[in-house]
Ligand binder design. Structure first.
Ligand code: SIN
Length: 278
């Protein structure tokens, strides 16, 4: 598939590899084609130079307005850039479980632009799962049930006082006071593609509105296992200069933590989104 001189090769499971884009000199038509690829395929993988912070910020702004993440450490002098870093001495990584960014916000982040600055000698890949494909593969009967449901999403149990990170060597990520939560449809209509996508995730979805916890966990447990079937998942290996631009409304991602004793540094910019409708 060629659009605006970009070569777009669908990746197996989820996403697309994009070639032929000079991110510092991209035309408006190329940025539009890139955004459309992200909307349709969920994630675009590209490779180029390690961008300086101001270059990555300028590039991200051409895709969508930036929203500053509340919880992650920031790159020095660049609050737009969240530092997703694990040092040689740290054991716990950031984002090491299936999730989608900012689903706890009333208007969840549209996307994220993640740049590999420093990568370990091996490992540190990221998995992405396609929530369009996961939804499409459900039976009509379950789709009809899900169409009537909304779910609670929260951040307190991950980033608040005494949260999941609190008793790890990443305690700096916990203890936050401003800990939003939100309610979204379980199945959304993607505002950019018009396609239906499953919109619950293991990290931030805490229950189905009006259901007991046991009932919620039974349904969500089924959906979570279904959504990461190998046919919906791609595994991306990074090297310095690799970049992934993903859509948080139609994908999940999970960072592998298999490079103990080595440093990994990524610069993440989060792109602003809109409230989601069924
Ligand atoms: C994230 O969850 O945003 C970070 C993913 C990664 O570091 O691969």
């Amino acid at each position: 598939m060629d659009q605006a001189d970009l070569i777009v090769r669908p990746a197996p499971g989820c996403g697309a590899y994009v070639e032929g884009l000079d991110v510092l000199n991209a035309t408006d038509a190329q940025i539009d084609a890139l955004r459309d690829t992200v909307f349709q395929r969920g994630v675009a993988f590209l490779h180029g130079p390690v961008l300086a912070p101001e270059e990555q910020i300028a590039f991200a702004r051409r895709i969508a307005p930036i929203v500053v993440n509340r919880y992650f450490p920031k790159a020095e002098r660049y609050p737009e850039i969240a530092k997703v870093e694990k040092t040689e001495a740290q054991v716990t990584n950031i984002g090491g479980g299936w999730h989608t960014d900012h689903s706890y916000d009333a208007a969840p982040a549209m996307g994220s632009v993640l740049l590999a600055v420093e990568t370990p000698p091996s490992g540190g890949d990221t998995l992405f799962a396609d929530m369009y494909a996961a939804y499409d593969a459900l039976s009509d009967g379950l789709k009809a049930t899900l169409a009537t449901l909304k779910a609670h999403h929260a951040s307190a149990h991950v980033f608040g006082e005494g949260s999941a990170y609190a008793h790890t060597d990443r305690a700096e990520l916990s203890g936050h006071k401003e800990i939003p939560d939100a309610i979204h449809p379980v199945v959304i209509t993607h505002p950019g593609s018009g396609r239906k996508a499953l919109y619950v995730n293991p990290a931030f979805t805490t229950g189905i509105v009006g259901w007991t916890r046991d009932e919620s966990m039974a349904l969500l447990g089924y959906l979570y296992a279904h959504a990461v079937k190998p046919e919906f998942v791609v595994r991306y290996s990074w090297r310095p200069g690799s970049m992934a631009i993903w859509d948080n409304r139609c994908t999940w991602h999970s960072a592998m933590n298999d490079y103990q004793g080595h440093r990994r540094l990524m610069h993440r910019i989060t792109l602003d989104g809109v409230p989601l409708d069924a």
